[in-house]
Design a protein around this ligand. Structure first.
Ligand SMILES: [Zn+2]
Ligand SMILES: [Zn+2]
Length: 170
């Protein structure tokens, strides 16, 4: 998602943009056509701009346990200065500081927006909090059925495999 310098100069209030994951360079969080809503505000200071934005998207991720669909509503935000020349008075912290030289006609905001989404992603992606996952032995989806596999059988098989592995080493 690019924004023109001229548009930044004439920016008023908060403007909303309809993008997709593809538009902001994300191709690892489900369908690239997934809509992403961006609300952007611009504060001008001479030739520099302070951009603040809200980002919303409804992702369909893959459950870490059962590999089923794990829906997540993400709401993130970003804040970044676009500066025409280095500004030592602006310490990176609250807001990022990006160089936007006067001859550059447009700024690509994709990384800023994508970053605001990535930071909101859960550590563990689950279809639901108590997902039972797949049986490690037969692969059955334990949310749908119980398969009757016994865990101790599993342990025996593993120890048999380990024994073979040990033999191979010798
Ligand atoms: Zn699951
Ligand atoms: Zn099983």
């Amino acid at each position: 998602m690019k924004i023109l310098r001229g548009d930044l100069h004439h920016f008023e209030g908060t403007q909303f943009f309809q993008e997709t994951l593809f538009d902001i360079g994300i191709n690892t969080l489900g369908n690239p056509e997934t809509p992403v809503q961006v609300g952007l505000s611009v504060h001008k200071q001479g030739e520099d701009f302070l951009l603040t934005g809200e980002v919303k998207t409804d992702l369909t991720l893959v459950c870490d346990r059962c590999l089923g669909a794990a829906p997540y509503s993400i709401e993130g935000s970003f804040s970044s200065w676009l500066v025409s020349e280095p500004r030592p008075d602006l310490k990176p912290g609250e807001s990022e500081v990006l160089l936007f030289p006067p001859h550059q006609p447009a700024m690509d905001l994709s990384e800023l927006i994508a970053g605001a989404i990535y930071i909101e992603l859960p550590q563990k992606k689950l279809c639901r909090e108590d997902c039972r996952g797949l049986c490690p032995s037969c692969g059955a989806d334990l949310n749908m059925q119980s398969c009757g596999c016994k865990t101790d059988e599993m342990d025996e098989r593993w120890s048999a495999l380990l024994a073979i592995k040990e033999q191979l080493k010798e």
